[in-house]
Design a protein around this ligand. Structure first.
Ligand code: BES
Ligand code: ZN
Ligand code: MN
Length: 496
């Protein structure tokens, strides 16, 4: 039996917005950079210039200090210049500091309160809450009793109208953080537990049954009857058969386009017959991070009640090695009939996405397609680990995705779909070649484009930012949850 993993979604700290401070709850004081000495925010009367000098206070974003021992104020946290991203950094650093103290001093308090300065707007407060909720995220499979963690934060805003605006945004960002944490949970789950059936079943459970949302899980029998040859080929080498997760959000009175979100759901990627080197292979348990982002985004869209029709498709398979694996040289027949000449079984993501993209435009009648995938190592080489690649055949869609990614605080960089490389996609023995020669992230995108039916389409290659090996912003090492918030903000923008 594999060790049971924590049941997703991980509970995040509760952030409430209140009119006044509560007695006996530790206070964190905000500090800010300035031309001269750092500025000390409300509640910071005990933080004297001598103390500031002794700790080297600068107010820069994410700088956390313990306040003097006898003071009511317990912490100081820098918000830099007060830019939105600085607030996120501040919240995350504070959450990490509180958790680190709780590891050593379990009685040091799991609640906090912060008086927000009078000029704090809803966007800044929303980002602060996001940092507080996600910065202390941790995924561990352990037999020990875990140490206590930061549990609740009260943001104090005395003025009523501002408080209402801030409370609404803090509540909305709570749904976004929930989606990020769920994406992380699913991607972090080890692959001894996480097979395609587990991923599909867990997806169906966590999205729940809000009115207007349905979750269907298709098994290998259904996939065979319906001709999902790409997904069956990739999943064929594993003793744990593939699944297709199909989420439908169809709220009454939906307007605007029907958006299909498609996510790569490879629950583990050995490379198959074209096996990967051992070094780094363990990281391939997060190769379904794009699928997890789609699952979490659709669930969040339903929680927010956004009046837009959305379909979520996640082809789930384990790319494994056995006597029943697919081979280089095989010709795979995808859903819809198009054929692919396989040359490298490690380029499995595009093979399963091809089936799902075709299903979305042929059978679901989608108006536009967005896919998200940890698709290529080449993308990670191009942009590193903090930015995702955006490919699209539609400039208006590019503008919308870019705007959503900025609102979500998840950076994307647009990549070109080059014509002279598209000429390399046709195959002599099949309709298309799985791995046309040339720059790997671009040729993978050009392959996918063959399965989009000419619809407006965007492809997010998140091989880099889906994982982190250090903490930054709201991110901690492991799966980052990248793209879940971007997808939600992208859909939300059609509703406003
Ligand atoms: N899942 C990998 C891509 C990947 C690599 C994600 C590193 C995250 C970190 C994908 O299935 C893969 O193996 N792609 C191959 C494609 C190649 C064989 C054409 C690659 O990028 O090497
Ligand atoms: Zn892969
Ligand atoms: Mn692969």
């Amino acid at each position: 039996m594999p060790t049971p993993v924590p049941t997703p979604p991980t509970a995040l700290p509760d952030v409430e917005v209140a009119a006044g401070t509560a007695g006996g709850v530790p206070v964190a004081v905000l500090t800010r950079t300035a031309d001269g000495p750092a500025l000390i925010g409300p509640g910071g009367d005990e933080l004297t210039p001598e103390w500031a000098e002794a700790v080297g206070l600068t107010g820069k974003a994410g700088e956390v200090h313990r306040a003097p021992l006898a003071a009511t104020a317990r912490w100081s946290v820098g918000i830099g210049t007060g830019a939105a991203k600085h607030w996120r950094t501040a919240g995350a650093a504070l959450a990490r500091a509180v958790n680190a103290l709780l590891e050593n001093q379990p009685d040091s308090g799991q609640s906090l309160q912060v008086v927000l300065p009078d000029d704090t707007d809803a966007e800044q407060a929303g980002w602060f809450a996001t940092g507080l909720r996600l910065g202390g995220y941790r995924f561990r499979v352990t037999g020990d009793t875990p140490a206590p963690r930061l549990r609740s934060i009260r943001l104090v805003v005395s003025e009523r109208d501002r408080r209402d605006r801030i409370a609404a945004e803090v509540k909305r960002t709570g749904v976004l953080s929930w989606a990020t944490a769920l994406t992380r949970d699913l991607a972090n789950a080890p692959s001894d537990v996480k097979d395609p059936a587990w991923l599909a079943k867990t997806a169906a459970r966590v999205v729940g049954k809000p009115k207007g949302l349905t979750a269907q899980v298709r098994d290998e029998k259904w996939l065979a009857e319906h001709g999902f040859g790409g997904l069956l080929a990739v999943g064929g080498g594993s003793s744990r058969p593939p699944r297709l997760v199909h989420l439908t959000w169809a709220p009454p009175g939906a307007a605007g386009p029907h958006i299909a979100l498609v996510g790569k759901g490879i629950t583990f990627d050995t490379g198959g017959v074209s096996i990967k080197p051992n070094e780094g292979m363990h990281l391939m348990r997060t190769d379904m991070a794009g699928g997890a982002a789609v699952i979490a985004a659709v669930a969040a869209i339903a929680k927010l009640g956004l009046p837009i029709r959305v379909s979520g498709l996640v082809p789930c398979a384990e790319n494994h090695l056995s006597g029943s694996s697919y081979r280089p040289g095989d010709v795979v027949r995808h859903y819809g009939g198009k054929t692919t000449e396989i040359t490298n079984t490690d380029a499995e993501g595009r093979v399963v996405l091809a089936d799902a993209l075709t299903y979305a435009h042929q059978d679901l009648d989608a108006d536009l397609l967005v896919d998200v995938a940890t698709l290529t190592g080449a993308m990670k080489v191009s942009l590193g680990t903090r930015i995702g690649g955006l490919f699209t055949n539609d400039d208006a869609l590019a503008a919308r995705i870019t705007a959503a990614s900025e609102t979500a605080g998840e950076a994307l960089w647009r990549m070109p779909l080059l014509d002279h490389l598209a000429a390399e996609v046709p195959s002599h023995i099949a309709d298309v070649r799985q791995c046309p020669p040339g720059p790997g992230a671009i040729t993978a995108a050009l392959f996918l484009r063959e399965f989009t039916g000419g619809l407006p389409w965007a492809h997010l290659d998140i091989a880099g930012p889906a994982r982190a090996d250090r903490s930054y912003d709201d991110v901690v090492p492991g799966a980052t949850g990248f793209a879940a918030r971007t997808l939600v903000e992208f859909v939300a923008a059609y509703a406003s």
